[in-house]
Structure formats: structure tokens, C-alpha cells
Write a protein that binds this ligand. Sequence first.
Ligand code: ATP
Ligand code: MG
Length: 338
Amino acid sequence: MKKTILTGIRPTGNLHLGHYFGAGQNWIKLQNEDYDFYLEIADIQALTDNFDNPAKVRHNVREIVMDMVAMGVDPNKLHLFVQSMVPEIAELTVIYSNLVTMARLYRNPTVKTEIAQKKALFGNSGESVTYGFVGYPVSQAADITAFEGQLIPVGEDQLPLIEQCREIVHKFNTIYGQTLVMPEPLLSETPRIKGLDGAEKMGKSLGNGIFLVDSEETVKEKIMSAVTDPDKIHKDDPANPEKCMVYYYHKLIKNKNINTVCEECKAGKRGCVACKKELIEKMIEFLKPIQEKRKELEENPQIVDDILIQGTEKSIKKAKETMKKVRKSIKIDYFNEE
Ligand code: ATP
Ligand code: MG
């Protein structure tokens, strides 16, 4: 039997380098191996902190598909689908919500960090946080288990969410009998790509990302404002590249010149502006083939529709099978529905 992979992405904005290196490269590798691979566009989860802007979520579903395919995701090798089109996920969420305490949800470190980051929406000390947002790990457990996901390739920020899912699976199986499949996280070699601010992980919603669709002008502006070693004041001061986001991205996109960048920076032979200019050039070069591939999809919107229709169809089938088992286990399978 093939192992099943499930992973997801929120349609809250375009893909950035964090997705490319933190998760995407791993998906592309795995899609070529012998797995049954479900890739979810989590629109319902995106609404938990964008409920006041459904147009943004809707727009980004297509954007994400185009970015993913441009990056190398092959929809013929995995099932790319939209969360809201699989209503069984919502049904499972309700059922699982009985198995999680409020205290446990509030303790989730990723949810805590995200509530603190979203002050405009949830208040300065999180006093306006919604039931839906605090509960999104439950919905994510439904995403994973609906497809009997065994391996979950994610970035580091997702580990507490998978742990929460594992607890739900354990509790469900203990109370109702062995039904759900236990998932395991699968981290990439670079599970936490830092943002331009050098402090937080790069995030779509954090304003600290370099996006795969960024124009040359935008790349230029962003890199010019990237955080460098704060102790380097003058152009020829020696600096510590480990404290510099410009060096970090040189390394990330595998600049062949990386040893020179490092040595010159340490020796005070490289000014930050020159170093940024080199990175801008390399970054534009790196993004170019991705953007070219994306253009083909922009010109053929039907391709995106076809990808989603095909992937969603297969996903609904799988989720229905799981739902049947779950209903039986919790004794709400009153009639023999087909
Ligand atoms: P948002 O800010 O809206 O939450 P995001 O940038 O965090 O967006 P998600 O859609 O939440 O992106 O995450 C999709 C996948 O990409 C997850 O597996 C997540 O762990 C991974 N990921 C996101 N950002 C990074 C990052 N900076 N480094 C490594 N992996 C990341
Ligand atoms: Mg996120």
C-alpha cells in the first residue's frame, strides 16, 4: 500500500521564498516518489483570520495554484484541491471539537504567536480572538485525517498543530475504536526561513517576504531594506555575516560566490550596498524562470480550473470513505447511505 501524504497552504497571499525552500522543494521531491499525495488549498482556514475579506481569499486560491505550478508542483502527480469543496472536513471538525479542551487550544504555541501578531484583528492582548481562530488546529486535524494522511510535510511553525492532531487521533481511537490514521510531520532541511526583518519566520501575512511574483522593482526595494549586521556602521567595517539577512538570502538561493561574500564581509572589504546589489541581481535571476512559467498559466485561466476540478473530485471521494468509517465508529450511521 502506498503511504499517504497530506499538506496544505492558506490562500492568503502569493508564495514566498519560505514556501519555496521551507516546504515546496520537499513537495516537488515527494510528488516524484511513490505516494498518494493530497495538497490542500485551505480557504476555510484562511477565512479564520480573513473572515472580513472573502474576496481576498477567493482571489488567492487561483494565485496559489499558479504559483505552485510555476514553482514545479505537478498536478498530474498529486491531488490539488480546495478545502471548502470537501464538506466532510467541516463535519469532522465538529465531531473532533468535543475531544479538545479550550485550555489545550489556548496553549498551542503557534496559535498564541499568531494571535499576538494579529492585534488589529484580535485586540492587543487577544481579547477579541474568535472561536474559529482558536479552533483552527481542530479543523486542521480534520484536513489531515479526512485523507488518512500519514506523512505531513510542513515548516517548523506547523509542528504544534500536528501534535494537536495526533492527540485528537489518539483520543478518538481510544474512545471510539481504531478508526483514524496517526500522522507524522516531515520537516524539510530548511524548515524555518526567516523574513526580511530577520526576526520572524517569512510569512504571507507578516509583510516580511520576498514573493515568487515580485517584480524587479519590488525585489530591489525589499533587499535594499533588509536587515544587516547592526554593528557595521561604515562601509569598510568588518561584520558578522551570520547577523545579516542579505548574507542569509545569498546562501539560501545558493549564490556560487558565497565564500567570497562571507570572507569579504568578515574582512570589511565589502560594503552592504554592493552586497545588496549583488543579491538583487542574483534574486531576479532566480525568480525569472518561475515568473516565466507563471505567465503561461495567467494567459490560460482554464488550466487552473481544470487542475482544481480534477484534484477536488478525487479528494471528495477519499474524504467520503473516511466519513463513513467515522460515522460508524461514533454510531451515527443510522441508515445505510450510499
Ligand atoms: P500566513 O501568514 O497567511 O499564515 P504563511 O506564509 O505562514 O501564510 P501558510 O499557508 O500558513 O503560509 O503555510 C504553508 C506551508 O508553508 C506550511 O507547511 C508552513 O509551515 C510552510 N511555511 C510557511 N512559511 C514558512 C517559512 N518561513 N519557512 C518554512 N516553511 C514555511
Ligand atoms: Mg501560516
